[in-house]
Design a protein around this ligand. Structure first.
Ligand SMILES: C[S@@+](CC[C@H](N)C(=O)[O-])C[C@H]1O[C@@H](n2cnc3c(N)ncnc32)[C@H](O)[C@@H]1O
Length: 248
């Protein structure tokens, strides 16, 4: 399993870090553009965290969302948001790898789950659970660590609120650290694991998905114009994170 206890300690700060402009203008924009029209869709949100995507997708017309997360604190944040502003999101506390029968969904979302697999076996299990949760023709969409540059050391995106360090060495299963920078000199770190982009695709196909592909983060013209020139250029060029899509 990943590090849910880590999120029990940092849940509120992670939610705060989710307010960076790139989260909405690149990450959510790319994922939701891939999702397209989701009116009436039944959606499972793996590693839902505080319900960031569950809530956005309900607002976009989904019929139902079921969020699953291994951190009790993140689930509590999601339920609190639901209590304050009810949208109909449901949440369950648990490890995705150990999930039993969850139901059958039109769309599965995995925003930063797969990069929590510390072994190839666990990555395979995540892919299998996602496959089994979908109806034939259903899709899995995600955003994830994306490391295809062979780079180790620090990649500094502090203008966007984070720094990425590792893998060191550049071997699959090796940790990657993300340090998130918050106002007033505060910061916190999380640990993901390095898998090559082609390994994710291979495991999705091995789980039974008919197709699987990466999609670079993009920005709408409107948001590009709303920020200083080239504000997002380094993220768009270096793509330290990316989206993926797989169809059952
Ligand atoms: C980077 S956060 C992303 C949260 C949310 N998807 C978002 O985009 O805001 C990663 C989440 O994955 C959860 N997680 C890690 N391993 C997990 C597992 N095996 N099963 C369920 N949740 C897991 C953590 O508890 C954490 O909430």
């Amino acid at each position: 399993m990943g590090e849910p206890a880590e999120y029990d300690r940092i849940g509120d700060r992670y939610s705060e870090a989710k307010q960076q402009p790139f989260r909405i203008c690149l990450e959510a924009y790319t994922l939701e553009r891939l999702a397209g029209d989701i009116a009436g869709a039944r959606i499972v949100d793996f590693a839902c965290g505080d319900g960031f995507y569950s809530r956005r997708l309900m607002r976009r017309g989904a019929a139902e969302t079921l969020g699953i997360d291994a951190s009790a604190e993140m689930i509590a944040l999601g339920r609190r948001a639901e209590a304050m502003d009810p949208l109909g999101c449901r949440y369950a506390h648990g490890d995705v790898a150990g999930s039993g029968e969850l139901g059958t969904f039109d769309l599965a979302v995995a925003a930063y789950l797969f990069n929590y697999a510390s072994t190839r076996h666990e990555l395979r299990r995540f892919c299998k659970v996602a496959f089994q949760s979908l109806r034939p023709g259903g899709r899995l969409l995600g955003v994830n660590d994306f490391t295809d540059d062979g780079a180790s050391g620090v990649r500094d995106f502090s203008a966007h609120g984070f720094r990425k360090t590792g893998p060191e060495p550049c071997v699959e299963g090796t940790p990657i650290t993300y340090e998130f920078i918050l106002p007033e000199g505060r910061s916190f770190a999380i640990t993901n694991y390095f898998w090559r982009p082609e390994t994710y695709v291979a495991e999705l196909r091995a789980a039974g998905f008919a197709s699987a592909a990466w999609h670079p983060f993009a920005v709408s013209e409107e948001d590009r114009d709303a920020f200083p020139t080239d504000f997002f250029a380094d993220l768009l060029l270096r793509q330290p994170l990316a989206a993926f899509e797989a169809r059952r």
